[in-house]
Design a protein around this ligand. Structure first.
Ligand code: SF4
Ligand code: SF4
Length: 221
């Protein structure tokens, strides 16, 4: 999922200051799961803003997904009746709101952090950088790009100790220890005898926003 967290309240208050009617708009997908921008968080943030921004009226709603144009009809009238939208989606959702309502100011209520997993109560960690050239098949299903702090394809570096990463031994597992352990469990340690070629980072940073076109799906439309 995309993992996000709420911005500091004073930053949000700064965005909505001066507006008369603001729609606090949640998203029912990733940010609901990571407890940052779902229906419950919309209710909490709107209540807090009502207490602290007395001049402004705050409405509430939550779309199934803000990153998908097909869900916006449910809020079109409500948005038109407001003079700004405070989006509690990830950065993708915020930009979709802006595209859907070109004449409305749209503000982000969240900071989008990364794509990751829930590791326990209140704990999330990054698992994928969307590098565009997935190597999980070579590394036993453990991503060297995100799980190794230096994104080494031919690890480990000299700083791995007791399964921990030298960048922060308190909180970061050595990604290469994880890769080794996994390949060992699979009986595939010989994979590590091969020197991995340098990555083609042009698929990650090709200049401009990355796009994906699938003719097989387009033909079904
Ligand atoms: S190799 Fe690339 S696409 Fe695959 S998990 Fe890692 S960052 Fe994501
Ligand atoms: S200690 Fe492990 S995770 Fe940390 S940078 Fe070195 S190889 Fe990567």
């Amino acid at each position: 999922m995309i993992v996000a967290e709420q911005k500091p309240i004073d930053e949000i208050q700064g965005y909505v200051a001066g507006h008369q009617r603001v729609l606090v708009l949640g998203c029912g997908t990733c940010v609901t799961v990571c407890l940052a921008g779902g229906e419950r968080e919309v209710k909490n943030l709107a209540s807090l803003l009502r207490l602290s921004c007395g001049q402004t009226t705050f409405e509430e709603n939550t779309l199934e997904r803000q990153c998908d144009a097909e869900f916006f009809d449910a809020v079109r009238e409500q948005v038109q009746a407001c003079d700004a939208v405070l989006s509690m989606a990830c950065g993708v959702g915020v930009q979709m709101v802006a595209r859907q309502f070109p004449d409305k100011p749209v503000y982000p209520a969240l900071n989008t952090r990364f794509m990751g997993t829930n590791d326990g109560a209140g704990q999330w960690s990054e698992n994928c950088l969307a590098c565009g050239d997935c190597k999980l098949g070579l590394y036993g299903g453990v991503c060297p790009v995100t799980r190794c702090s230096k994104s080494l394809l031919n690890g480990p570096c000299g700083g791995s100790a007791d399964g921990k990463c030298e960048v922060d031994p308190e909180s970061i597992e050595c990604g290469w220890q994880l890769i080794y352990d996994r390949l060992k469990a699979l009986g595939k340690l010989e994979v590590l005898d091969e020197i991995a070629e340098p990555r083609d980072w042009s698929k990650t940073h090709a200049g401009g926003p990355r796009k994906l076109s699938r003719e097989d799906v387009a033909g079904l439309a």
